[in-house]
Design a protein around this ligand. Structure first.
Ligand SMILES: Nc1ncnc2c1ncn2[C@@H]1O[C@H](COP(=O)(O)OP(=O)(O)O)[C@@H](O)[C@H]1O
Ligand SMILES: [Mg+2]
Length: 239
């Protein structure tokens, strides 16, 4: 990332593939470059060396509006701060994002938005403003908004970072459900409990991937056993 002509090498020699159908998690200490990696992989930030390939095409070489369209259609984003539009209802936040997808008819967007919100336990809260619901509910609406266009990949940067344990679990259950239904997910997290949802964990240190762990699908294994395994692996990386 250039700063006043000076280059700051945040990511170094990272070579990574993200696979369809996976729930991939990126872990690492604060400042290790997790967000930078996520934003690079999604074409939000461009790398100054190397390439970011999506379906064989380099995101950083695409025309700006081609990339913008691709991100709108193929990628979904969830952040620690939900960034919902404060004067739109939860339902409106979701449909407005869906309308931007020219491949989907308005009435299909509307019925899918309702289906998603219902599934997220927000069936009684369509008409609430973000400020009128809990943080967990806001984040669930933000996830509905992120997946309304049926993205090939859902990117999430610390989506539970601002939530209490109860809301965190609700959001994680929802992400697990989406993954079970076939949604590919790439999530950055600090939280070991959140990482347990993944079937693949990458560990980043000082801008480099220093560890990788593959797990059976969440739910197919005893929770305690999984936690012990992930804990031992993280300890070996001096987490
Ligand atoms: N726009 C930027 N310009 C310069 N340095 C940055 C910028 N964004 C992040 N950094 C630095 O890059 C490193 C990695 O940041 P980040 O990817 O946000 O880490 P993480 O998400 O793992 O906490 C940090 O040292 C941070 O200070
Ligand atoms: Mg970060």
């Amino acid at each position: 990332m250039p700063m006043k002509g000076k280059q700051n090498h945040i990511l170094k020699k990272v070579s990574v593939a993200i696979y369809k159908g996976d729930f991939t998690v990126i872990m690492g200490s604060s400042g290790s470059g997790k967000s930078t990696l996520l934003y690079s992989l999604s074409g939000m930030d461009c790398v100054n060396a190397g390439e970011i390939l999506y379906k064989g095409e380099d995101l950083c070489k695409m025309k700006e509006n081609t990339l913008a369209k691709l991100r709108q259609k193929d990628f979904g984003f969830v952040f620690q701060q939900m960034h919902l539009v404060s004067n739109l209802t939860l339902y409106e936040n979701v449909v407005v994002s869906g309308y931007l997808n020219k491949d989907m008819a308005a009435k299909d967007v509307e019925s899918y938005a309702k289906q998603l919100l219902d599934r997220m336990g927000l069936q009684d809260k369509y008409n609430r403003l973000p400020s009128q619901v809990s943080g967990g509910e806001q984040q669930r609406a933000a996830i509905a908004r992120a997946v309304i266009s049926k993205p090939a990949l859902l990117f999430a940067d610390e989506p539970t970072g601002a939530l209490n344990r109860k809301n965190t679990n609700e959001v994680l259950d929802l992400l697990s459900q989406l993954h079970e239904d076939g949604q590919s997910i790439l999530m950055v997290t600090h939280d070991m409990k959140a990482a347990l949802r993944a079937n693949r964990i990458l560990y980043l240190e000082d801008g480099t991937i220093v560890g990788e762990l593959t797990l059976p699908p969440y739910g197919s294994q005893d929770d305690k056993k999984r936690e012990t395994q992930v804990n031992a692996w993280l300890s070996s990386l001096e987490w």
